[in-house]
Design a protein around this ligand. Structure first.
Ligand code: SF4
Ligand code: SF4
Length: 163
């Protein structure tokens, strides 16, 4: 299975004031103050075991770390400013900026784009949040495993009864 690429995470625009039309601005990134240049997000494996969740607990014990799910893929986000972001919110290496920055379209970015973030997709800022999620996830996993075992036993018993 191929791993998802790093992403520039979406931000919530739920209570944001109205924004200008980026096509009317010389530099559409000025009003945003370099939002997407102040964090990186790295794909992580979807957690399924207590050990996986313990790893995420470790990530979240660190300052300025968030773990979130986007389109079903899990990411660890580090809130850290790019060293190329200038105080005027322009990129100091614009002509040589990395491909992920080139590919990121200001008209559909986390600032101007539709806020299509799915509220049902989890986002974790604290250890307590991931622990609560893990408890529920692992309990459901155990329930499903128990149901599968019962189903298998019932099938086995039926086969023996019919033999
Ligand atoms: S691309 Fe969008 S999110 Fe990134 S700095 Fe420009 S306006 Fe902000
Ligand atoms: S290289 Fe430039 S465009 Fe890319 S994150 Fe840094 S400041 Fe932003």
């Amino acid at each position: 299975m191929s791993r998802p690429r790093p992403t520039k995470p979406r931000g919530s625009t739920a209570s944001a004031p109205p924004k200008p039309d980026p096509r009317t601005l010389d530099n559409p990134c000025l009003p945003c103050k370099g939002g997407c240049c102040q964090h990186v997000a790295i794909p992580i494996d979807t957690p399924t075991t207590p050990g996986d969740f313990d790893d995420i607990r470790w990530y979240l014990l660190h300052d300025n770390v968030r773990v979130f799910v986007e389109d079903g893929d899990w990411y660890c986000e580090f809130k850290t400013r790019c060293s190329a972001l200038q105080t005027d919110w322009l990129c100091a290496i614009y002509e040589k900026r990395p491909k992920i920055c080139r590919d990121y379209d200001a008209e559909s970015c986390e600032y101007y784009g539709e806020n299509d973030a799915d509220d049902a997709e989890p986002s974790f800022e604290t250890v307590e949040e991931i622990e609560a999620y893990a408890r529920e996830f692992l309990a459901e996993k155990r329930r499903k495993a128990a149901r599968r075992r019962r189903h298998k036993h019932a099938q086995h018993a039926r086969r023996k009864g019919g033999a």
